[in-house]
Design a protein around this ligand. Structure first.
Ligand code: HEC
Length: 164
C-alpha cells in the first residue's frame, strides 16, 4: 500500500476509536473515569460486574431522578424469588441520573448486607450515598435510609420489585 493510504487507514482507525469512545459515553451506564474510595460498596465497572434489574426509569422516592438499579449476580436469584433474608454481602446499587436518557450522572445510593446482627434495626444493611464525583456523603447503619426502606421489611428492606 502506498504511504498515503497507510496514513489514510490510520486516520480512519483513530476516527473509529474516538467515535466508539464517544458512543460509549452516551449509552454506557458505567462511569469509567470515576474514582471511588476503597470503602465504597461497588466499583466503577458496576455495569459489567452487576446485573441490571431496573432500567432507566423514574424513581419516585429518591428525589424524582431517573435510575438504574443493579444487584450482584450471586444475589439476583434470591431477590427474584423473594427468598429472604438475602445473603450477607449482597449489594444493591442505584445509579441516579438527572435526565430521562440516563446520561447525566447525579449520584449513587447503595446498600450492602452485613453479617447477622451487624445492624439489627435495619435488617443488617449498611447504607451509602455518593455524589457524582464518587465522594461518600452518607455511610450509615442507622435508620436514616433504613426507616423508609422498613416499609419493605418482608422483602429484606428491598423496595425494587421483580417485574411480573
Ligand atoms: C423516602 C423513602 C426512602 C428513603 C429516605 C430512602 N429510600 Fe432508597 N428507595 C426507596 C424506594 C421507594 C425505592 C424503590 C423505588 C425507587 O427507586 O424510587 C428505593 C430504592 C433504593 C435502592 C435500590 C434497591 C432497593 O432497595 O430497592 C437503593 C440501593 C436505595 N434505595 C438506597 C438508599 C439509601 C442508601 C438511602 C439513604 C441515603 C435511601 N435509599 C433512602 C425509598 C427510600
Amino acid at each position: 500500500m502506498p504511504k498515503t493510504s497507510w496514513i489514510y487507514a490510520g486516520y480512519i482507525a483513530i476516527c473509529l476509536g474516538v467515535c466508539s469512545l464517544l458512543g460509549a459515553c452516551e449509552s454506557e451506564p458505567s462511569a469509567p473515569g470515576l474514582k471511588l474510595p476503597a470503602d465504597a460498596f461497588f466499583s466503577a465497572d458496576f455495569a459489567t460486574g452487576y446485573e441490571l434489574i431496573f432500567s432507566c426509569d423514574i424513581s419516585g422516592s429518591h428525589g424524582g431522578k431517573y435510575v438504574n438499579v443493579y444487584v450482584n449476580p450471586e444475589a439476583k436469584a434470591a431477590w427474584q424469588t423473594g427468598s429472604v433474608p438475602l445473603p450477607a454481602s449482597t449489594v444493591f446499587l442505584k445509579v441516579m441520573y438527572n435526565d430521562s436518557k440516563c446520561s447525566q450522572l447525579h449520584g449513587f445510593r447503595a446498600r450492602k448486607k452485613g453479617v447477622p446482627g451487624s445492624a439489627p434495626t435495619v435488617g443488617d444493611w449498611r447504607w451509602q450515598a455518593l455524589n457524582a464525583q464518587g465522594v461518600i456523603q452518607t455511610d450509615t447503619k442507622e435508620a436514616t435510609c433504613g426507616a423508609c426502606h422498613g416499609a419493605y421489611k418482608n422483602r429484606d428492606f428491598t423496595a425494587t420489585q421483580p417485574k411480573r
